[in-house]
Design a protein around this ligand. Structure first.
Ligand code: ATP
Length: 141
């Protein structure tokens, strides 16, 4: 029996389908969710979200948000989320550079925290996009 996965942001529905397993970047570590998982609600941190369906893998970058796990469905309210193929690597690299510069220049803990959060978002996007690129190089077509 599959599990229904819905990933939504304030802007759009990023993913909505029945899948076999969800792996999400939880605040306390990686969350692996199979059907009939115990109900759970927690925070997500920037990282990779993986959904598998019939042996196919869907990879997404999540910028943080909330995850609610129910026995038959997983609902993710993400700050931002992109499917691997949607990620603009040059934009993420530019955001990474900006965040690193801001981190060095930051004059307060608040500024530093904002720069660090931006850096984590950029790194998550780069990692997900890079992994997709490597996979495609290994199996072209
Ligand atoms: P930037 O400084 O490049 O805008 P950001 O981390 O501040 O990056 P967010 O505020 O997290 O961006 O996201 C704003 C919107 O832009 C969201 O819809 C998000 O999905 C999208 N987005 C951000 N970076 C990328 C990227 N590298 N590729 C594709 N979409 C992106």
């Amino acid at each position: 029996m599959p599990i229904r996965l819905e990933i939504v942001t304030a802007e759009r529905v990023v993913f909505a389908d029945n899948v076999d397993v969800v792996i999400a970047p939880g605040i306390s570590g990686e969350l692996g969710i199979l059907p009939h998982h115990a109900p759970l609600m927690t925070t997500l941190v920037p990282g990779e979200l993986i959904a598998r369906k019939n042996g196919e893998e869907y990879n997404m970058a999540i910028s943080g948000g909330f995850i609610e796990v129910r026995p038959d469905r997983v609902i993710i309210l993400a700050d931002a989320a992109e499917r691997a193929e949607e990620i603009d690597i040059a934009r993420a690299e530019a955001a990474k550079k900006r965040a690193q510069e801001q981190l060095v220049r930051s004059a307060s803990a608040v500024e530093a925290a904002a720069a660090e959060a931006a850096l984590r978002r950029a790194l998550a996007r780069i990692e997900v996009a890079d992994r997709r690129r490597r996979r495609r190089q290994q199996s072209p077509g």
